[in-house]
Every structure is written in C-alpha cells, then in structure tokens.
Design a protein around this ligand. Structure first.
Ligand code: AMP
Ligand code: MG
Length: 504
C-alpha cells in the first residue's frame, strides 16, 4: 500500500458472536454500563458484525525490523480500528478489533485470531494494567463461532481451533514501524504528516510541531520506553517478540503474542520458540533490544531531524535513564529507602547471582523476602536457617540447595538484613512498601494455559477467575494462594506453558 498511512476496510462478519469476557475497568474507560456489555448487540459490535454510528474502520500501514532484519511492509494484517471515543474525562481511546478478518495488510494470511492467543492477550493486557505497567487495554473477548486452522509449532500439525476477536484500547496504536515504513520508502511528506499528527494528537504538551519539537518528541519516546523496560524487569515479563512493529510510541506494552513470565529467574529465558536459536528477545536483553529499536526509529526520523547528533544524545540518555530507573526500582523491590549509588551495586549484583545460582521463582522470592527480618539482632537470634525459611517456597529443586549454596544465600541475607537495618525502616512498613511493587499474583504461563484448555472445552470460568484474581495482584487474597505457587512440574516442558510460537 503506497502513499497512505491507512486503508479503509470493514471487519468480516462472523457466524455466531458470543461474549466470553469483558474487563469492568476497560468498560469504564468508554463510559459504558456493564449491562450494555452483556447484551447481544455488544457481542455483535465487538465481533465486527455491526458498526455503530460514527465508526469508520481502517487498518494502518507500518513496517518493521523483525528479529533484527528489515521486513518491509507489515501493517495491521488482522487489526481493524473502529474509531475513537472521547470519554467523560476527555480521554481519547482508540478501539481496535484483533482477528476480525483480513485487511490490505494481511498478505497471504487470514486476518483471524484463535481463542488461545486471544485469551492470552485479553488476560495479560488487563493484568499488566493492574500491575501498573503501561499497556494497551482489552475491552472484550468474543468467540466468533467459527473455526480457524493453525499449525501451532509450524511443524506440519495443523489443527482447527475456535476463532475469537479481542477489542483492545489505547490512546494510539502507532508503532516505531509506522514511521519506519515511510522513511524506508522515501515518503518524507507522509512521514512528516504522521509525525505532526502524532504530536498534535498524542503529545499536545510538546507544543506545535517543529524540528525542535520533533527532537523533544523522540526524547519523550526514549524516556517512556526506558520506563517500560524498568517495569518489565520489575515484574518478570518477557515480551518474546520485540520487533520494531511491536514497539508503541506511547511506551505501552503492545502485541501480546509469545510472551511469558519468568518463573525461575533466568535472564537468558525466552518463551518464543521462534527465538530459541539466538534468544534475541530473552528477559535480560530486553532493555538492549529496546535501545536497538529506538536507534531504528531515530534513523527513520533523520529526514526530519538534522543534524543527527541530538538523536544520538537521546539514545545515550535512554541508557542512563534506564540504568537509573532500574537501580531505583531494584531499591524498591528490596524495600530500601533509596538505592544508594556507589554502595548498593554489590548487594544487588550478588542478589542477581544468587537468584541464578539455583532455580528460584522470581515472583515468590521477592514477595517472601519481605518476611525476612530487617534487624540484625532478631536475625542473629533466629539463625541462618530461619533467615532463609520464608524463601524456601521459591526453590524449584530443593536438592540444589547444597551447603555451599545455602551458605551463599545466607551471606547475602545477612548483608541484606544489615543494609535494611541501616535504613531503620520498621519491618511492617518495609513489608508494605515491598508488597506494593513485588506482586503476589502474575499471569503464570501455566495458569493461562489451564484457562485456555478449559475454554477450548467450553468452560470459561477460569478465564473469569484469572481476570478477577489479577485485578489485585499486590493483595494477599486469602483462599487464592494456589495461584501464587510455583509452576507445577508437569508444566515444565508443556507447550503453551514453557514454549510458545508466533502462531496465533
Ligand atoms: P506479529 O508477529 O503478531 O506482530 O505480526 C506481524 C505481522 O503479521 C503484522 O503485520 C500482523 O498484522 C501480521 N499478522 C499476524 N497474524 C496474521 C493473520 N492471521 N492474518 C493477517 N495478518 C497477520
Ligand atoms: Mg505485531
């Protein structure tokens, strides 16, 4: 599609729309009542069967670097924008159906989405929001009543799966690749038009577009991206496919595909089987990949921003900002009053070492660390074993906890206790602070898969239960502790729990 930012296209009607779930919080963003959501009209609209007055659907053109290589035009191949709602608080929310049929950007694909990937997108979008991580939102999950063929691991085993449509919401779905495509094609006029529009619509605080404001805008994208990376590292989220077409200019998590949650803390882990060879999108590499992606965006802006030295400075500011943000965040995770540069690096460095030493559940470890006493006297009275006791629930293979390993963890815990003691924060207050940044409940990979298994058998109760559970990820939620436990052994190598692909 040449010479255009978008193409008008209508969703393809489906046989039998049926609402599976909606997010009560997302519903409020549109000033809708929950009663509206359970009407058959709602399911018809959010399956793409009916358009409401004012809807003028379109799909956008974008390109992107996939796994480090320029892939040319991609575009909304199965996403159709219905329009935008300005709510009572004057917020603008764009509505987008994912899986509502092919568009001019679908290439040879079908424009559809299956239930399993739609459940994953729906639940994770809302879970991330409640965790305080910038993200696109999910309004609804609707079954289409039609089957869609997918070869999940691209290995010649296609299966017919239930089709579904998610309606997602964001102030804007514009991606790094939305700019790249016009730079790559030498369409500088459209590039400028898109950037002017973006600044006026999504970044009005920057002022009217000008070459200076273009630079301010890029700096702002860098800032937001750095913050997003800090959040992902805080909660243990691995996006899995950080191609430049999956990077939001608003710094939102976007395009929930083969993402995963760290179970045992392994910076080299990637959930995406397509990424297994090089592990480009592994957990610990995400901040670097974001920088690489920002550099590709900077390149795309060079027709509009000259000279380019300030762009380079913005990229190096990204690194500083990420590093600082990460240290501050780690200080919060540890319940410190503040991360003290020049002093706390060793404590955090050794922490990351002991987390990788044996299989340690990241979420459980940090949550339970809040229970370790923060004054050396009571710690000494309790002894090494007692100091470590709250953390035992985090270890996957107790046999790995040899005397040497225990010794190293014990030493770190002593250092931690001393450090926390210096702050003098009462334990109860430290615990409260830590519990506000270290979630108890995340969308563990196997939990999502269990909900999918049940949903494919026609039982959607677990989808609703997880949606509800993940609305309060930092609360204890008595009676729901099983959802906070370690991944069970059966899920260690099960497809969907530990291995995912881009097929969705
Ligand atoms: P993703 O890996 O999900 O970010 O998708 C990369 C590109 O492929 C985007 O342009 C998508 O719109 C497109 N795409 C993925 N799946 C489909 C599908 N089933 N039909 C049409 N386009 C698709
Ligand atoms: Mg994508």
């Amino acid at each position: 599609v040449l010479g255009a930012c978008y193409s008008r296209v209508k969703p393809t009607p489906v046989a039998a729309p049926r609402l599976v779930a909606y997010s009560p919080e997302a519903v409020q963003l549109l000033d809708l009542s929950e009663k509206t959501c359970t009407s058959s009209h709602f399911a018809q609209v959010f399956a793409g069967n009916r358009l409401l007055t004012g809807m003028d659907p379109y799909a956008t053109c974008y390109g992107g670097h996939q796994f480090g290589h320029w892939a040319g035009q991609l575009g909304d191949g199965r996403a159709i924008n219905l329009g935008e709602v300005i709510n009572g608080r004057a917020e603008r929310w764009a509505l987008q159906l994912k899986g509502a049929g092919p568009t001019p950007y679908a290439r040879t694909a079908d424009g559809l989405a299956v239930l399993r990937s739609s459940i994953r997108e729906f639940l994770c979008s809302e879970a991330m929001f409640h965790l305080g991580v910038p993200t696109t939102r999910a309004l609804s999950l609707v079954l289409t009543g039609e089957l869609v063929e997918r070869d999940m691991f691209y290995d010649g085993h296609p299966r017919r799966e239930p089709g579904a449509v998610v309606c997602r919401l964001a102030p804007s779905f514009t991606r790094f690749g939305s700019f790249q495509i016009f730079a790559a094609r030498g369409e500088a006029d459209i590039l400028r038009q898109l950037l002017d529009y973006t600044i006026e619509t999504d970044f009005p605080a920057l002022g009217p577009p000008s070459p200076e404001v273009y630079l301010r805008w890029f700096e702002e994208v860098c800032r937001r991206t750095a913050e997003l990376m800090v959040h992902w590292m805080r909660v243990g989220f691995v996006h899995g496919v950080m191609n430049t077409d999956n990077m939001s200019i608003l710094g939102l998590t976007i395009d929930y595909g083969p993402y995963g949650w760290l179970e045992d803390y392994d910076p080299n882990w990637t959930p995406n089987t397509t990424d297994a060879a090089t592990r480009r999108y592994r957990f610990g590499h995400q901040p670097q990949v974001a920088l690489w992606n920002l550099a590709r965006l900077a390149e795309a802006l060079t027709p509009l921003i000259q000279p380019t030295a300030p762009l380079e400075r913005a990229l190096s500011a990204y690194q500083d900002r990420f590093q600082q943000g990460w240290q501050t965040m780690m200080g919060h995770k540890l319940g410190l009053k503040a991360f003290v540069a020049g002093r706390d690096e060793a404590l955090v460095g050794e922490l990351l070492s002991i987390l990788s030493l044996v299989e340690t559940d990241m979420t459980i470890f940090f949550r339970r660390l809040a229970l370790v006493p923060g004054d050396t006297q009571s710690a000494a009275a309790a002894g090494d074993e007692a100091l470590m006791a709250p953390l035992m629930a985090a270890y996957y293979r107790p046999k790995q906890l040899t005397a040497a390993v225990r010794g190293r963890i014990g030493s770190w815990l002593w250092a931690y206790t001393r450090r926390v003691g210096q702050d003098g924060t009462p334990d109860a207050l430290r615990r409260e602070r830590m519990n506000a940044v270290n979630p108890k409940y995340v969308l563990r990979n196997y939990l999502a898969q269990l909900a999918i298994d049940k949903a494919e058998a026609g039982d959607f109760a677990m989808v609703s239960e997880l949606l509800d559970l993940l609305r309060r990820p930092y609360d204890e939620q008595p009676g729901r502790e099983t959802f906070a436990q370690k991944r069970p052994e059966w899920a260690r190598h099960r497809p969907g729990c530990s291995m995912l692909s881009c097929s969705s």
